[in-house]
Design a protein around this ligand. Sequence first.
Ligand SMILES: Cc1cc2nc3c(=O)[nH]c(=O)nc-3n(C[C@H](O)[C@H](O)[C@H](O)COP(=O)(O)O)c2cc1C
Length: 408
Amino acid sequence: MKPAATPNWWRKTACTQAWRHCSSTAWPTHEPTHRKNNMTFLFSPLTLRSVTLANRIAVAPMCQYSAEDGFANDWHLVHLGSRAVGGAGLIIFEASAVLPQGRISPQDLGIWKDEHIAPLRRITHFIEQQGTVAGIQLAHAGRKASVWRPWEEQQGRVHPDQGGWRTDGPSAIPFDTNYTTPSALTVDGIKGVVKAFADAALRAQQAGFKVVEIHAAHGYLLHQFLSPISNHRTDQYGGTFENRARLALEVVAAVRQVWPEQLPLLVRLSATDWIDGGWNVDETVALSRLLREAGVDLIDVSSGGNIAAAAIPVGPGYQTQFAARVRNEAGIPSGTVGMITDPGQAEHILRTEQADLVLMARELLRDPYWPLHAADALHDVTSWAPQYMRATSRKSPQRPNVDYSDNE
Ligand SMILES: Cc1cc2nc3c(=O)[nH]c(=O)nc-3n(C[C@H](O)[C@H](O)[C@H](O)COP(=O)(O)O)c2cc1C
């Protein structure tokens, strides 16, 4: 699964495919029209089903804790829009709750009702106009729900009389001392969660997303079921690997059934709980194989988040080893994330076949234009918005002019 070599065919085939589902613009705006033969891996396209990302740089999902009742607003438009102007190939919108009780904080983005669709569509439309593919992470926080957003003075659980709510999990085991003890979901409750993910995927399609990512990482509900530390159930959803994986696989099956065949489906996994007796890398590889068979197109490989006391050896590229194992042992494209900040580092990860996609979070908060700078640093080219052409230091291709007059 080497990244596509210099794609002589790309301008004719992949571009057309990538834009088949785009209603707004007719031209792939990051198209490397002046591409040299020694194209970098980072700036080579990635095709998943009918969708082609112009490069291998993805904005990782990042909660903004800035929504009211789950609604996207101007903050999300400017925040996500800037990163599209900055040239990322894919932007994955933050963890978006499929049910209101699945929000981490009361200010999380949501996609649990049809009214959420229109403001999201406004943003996906703008992102598409820049030539970036819009994806959304569908999420349920389970026992980690109903907490204060990070910058509030108060931390830990939000009580029901402060706007919080009762939480659900696989078992009645709290994440930490200052978190609510969840109610163990009934089998009917689990069915409701599965349906909520599928309903949310349908809304995501109506909102113009071309990629859906299911959040099964970072100690949120699906990860809580995977890990024997948070899942003590004795029914068909607990105990063996097959039983702990059942909910994630049911969610994927339900989403794949409604999510258009031609559009890619991603799953984010935490490869390890970083603790003995927890979810581990071997299980992640085994699950990735099952997810591939279930129609998942790429595993976004992260780690941790389910055990408050776990010691995680964080450092540059510390999770690429897990993405490499998933890619090479489960035979499915992988994305890697975590402390990737430097263009050479990102290029190295792809060139050494550890992953097919590089997701970045904090570095893209520091610099939304990182892809533009990275192309320069790697002596490659990527296209710039016409409005910004006077700032280019070399002959970068210009994206087409966009008519914004009809944007809502
Ligand atoms: C502000 C912020 C919000 C985040 N929200 C999410 C989220 O909504 N979903 C998710 O899977 N990860 C979330 N993450 C984790 C990132 O996607 C990423 O995995 C992590 O920050 C490591 O990447 P980095 O070293 O490039 O920041 C968040 C990270 C940050 C910094």
